[in-house]
Design a protein around this ligand. Structure first.
Ligand code: UGA
Length: 445
């Protein structure tokens, strides 16, 4: 009989994983402790913006006309424990308040709720990003709370927001930390389709699987901070970081991806993951190995401050008081409505706190941005946002902004000054329309 799968936690990761598992042909039961989320998902709607996810849900959620009916949602732990052969734990692991370390309370609560209810053979698979050593601890907990044929595996997730569906259905690698051949066999069955399509399947022990995830995100963060450090040097030397990135990216050992200089990385993953990694390495006595991540973090945070300074310079060099600042973009990256640790909102907030009159636009993130920064002004369209602006800041590289007509915008602003914080706009197009165009790490015209 086909494996029955449960997915615990239905955020970006869990909701996508649940829908993807149904798409792969499994019967799936998703659980969340927030009843409103379960209501929304059961109606085939997604509580966040993720391209393609709503279509995939509608294709499988039970009760929706024409669906496969393979996907259901619940708030009942008993139902989940009874239903599943494989339980995927997909809850989030945010940064602890006031420290670098990872807050494991949601993972611990999930295992604490599930374990005592497991009365039949099951594989519990952790997908959350956790400090190395967590899987070994949770395996011991399962041994104590659910003795018998209950086992743990660790299977980190590498999906990117905005591409979550594609990344989950066609992963560029599947990594499983297992303690037995049986666990490996079960996971090979779960991922039979992507494995058959050619996704590499890497089998490791628990600590290596946990470390693969944190080291992958650390590498990505380091790559971004590297190019942003080069942007700082380019600014000092009148070089062009965009050309520099293109040129070094042709070296296959370096590669051209993740070399876009700008206001840096944000979101719910990279910033908190590198900090949690440093904190964990410290606990293990290996802190020296990761001191470079401190620099990665500080280069990244410096970029936000640098954008504020460029904006100050653009409005006269002293103060933001009485100045109108238009901000295009609120999310931490395009094709997402996620504003967690968003560099764009951080810059907007800093300028607002310094007395600037900031108006923000975003194609999908306004609702979340308003919740986080209710005192900022928000506009419905890019054109409305820039009306009367002394400076326009391009801070999240949505396609919509690349397609703006600089001449049209130029007709409604107070001053034609645009600062590109993502190196995504075409300088020639804006300059031709009479704008002063500045970008991070690029020469002034
Ligand atoms: C990241 C990783 O890319 C995923 O592989 C991982 O699974 C995920 O974290 C996670 O741990 O769950 P995500 O946070 O969705 O995914 O976003 P990224 O595409 O990595 O972008 C992160 C930030 O870096 C964004 O703010 C983006 O604007 C910035 N970035 C990215 C740059 O500033 N420059 C670049 O060249 C690329």
């Amino acid at each position: 009989m086909a494996l029955r799968i449960t997915v615990i936690g239905t955020g970006y990761l869990g909701a996508t994983h649940a829908a993807a598992m149904a798409e792969l042909g499994f019967e799936v039961l998703g659980l969340d402790v927030v009843p409103e989320k379960i209501e929304t998902l059961s109606a085939g709607r997604v509580p966040m913006y993720e391209p393609g996810l709503e279509e995939l849900l509608a294709k499988h959620v039970a009760g929706i006309e024409g669906s496969s009916g393979r996907l259901r949602f619940t708030t009942s732990w008993e139902e989940v424990a009874e239903f599943g052969d494989v339980h995927f734990v997909c809850v989030n692991t945010p940064q602890k308040h006031g420290e670098y370390a990872c807050d494991m309370s949601f993972v611990d609560a999930a295992f604490g709720s599930l374990a005592p209810l497991l009365t039949r053979p099951a594989l519990v698979v952790g997908k959350s990003t956790v400090p190395v050593g967590s899987a070994a601890r949770l395996a011991r907990l399962l041994d104590e709370e659910a003795p018998g044929e209950v086992e743990l595996a660790w299977n980190p997730e590498f999906l990117r927001e905005g591409f979550a569906v594609g990344d989950t259905l066609h992963p560029d690698r599947i990594v499983v930390g297992v303690a037995s051949e049986r666990a490996e066999k079960v996971l090979r069955e779960v991922y039979a389709t992507p494995i058959a399509e050619g996704s590499p399947f890497v089998v490791t022990d628990f600590p290596t699987a946990e470390l693969v995830k944190t080291s992958a995100n650390s590498f990505l963060a380091t790559k971004i901070s590297f190019i942003n450090a080069m942007a700082e040097v380019c600014e000092a030397a009148d070089g062009d970081v965009v050309k520099l990135a293109e040129a070094i990216g042709h070296d296959e050992r370096i590669g051209s991806k993740f070399l876009r200089a700008g206001i840096g990385f944000g979101g719910g993953c990279l910033p908190k993951d590198i900090r949690a990694f440093m904190a964990r390495a410290g606990e293990l006595g290996a802190d020296q190995a990761l001191t470079f991540l401190r620099e990665v973090d500080s280069i990244n945070m410096r970029r936000r401050g640098h954008m504020v300074e460029l904006a100050r310079e653009a409005v006269g060099g002293t103060s933001f008081l009485g100045k109108r600042v238009a901000v295009l973009g609120a999310t931490f990256k395009p094709d997402s409505d996620d504003v967690r640790d968003s560099p764009a909102l951080n810059v907007a907030g800093q300028i607002h706190l310094q007395g600037g009159q900031v108006t923000v636009h975003d194609p999908k993130g306004i609702e979340n941005a308003r919740r986080l920064f209710p005192t900022l002004a928000y506009a419905e369209t890019a054109l409305e946002t820039v009306r009367g602006a002394d400076v326009v800041l391009h801070l999240t590289e949505w396609r919509e902004y690349r397609e703006l007509d600089p001449a049209e915008l130029g007709g409604v602003v107070s001053h034609r000054i645009v600062l590109d914080g993502r190196n995504a706009l075409d300088p020639a197009k804006w300059r031709e329309a009479g704008w002063t165009f500045r970008a991070m790490g690029r020469p002034r015209a």
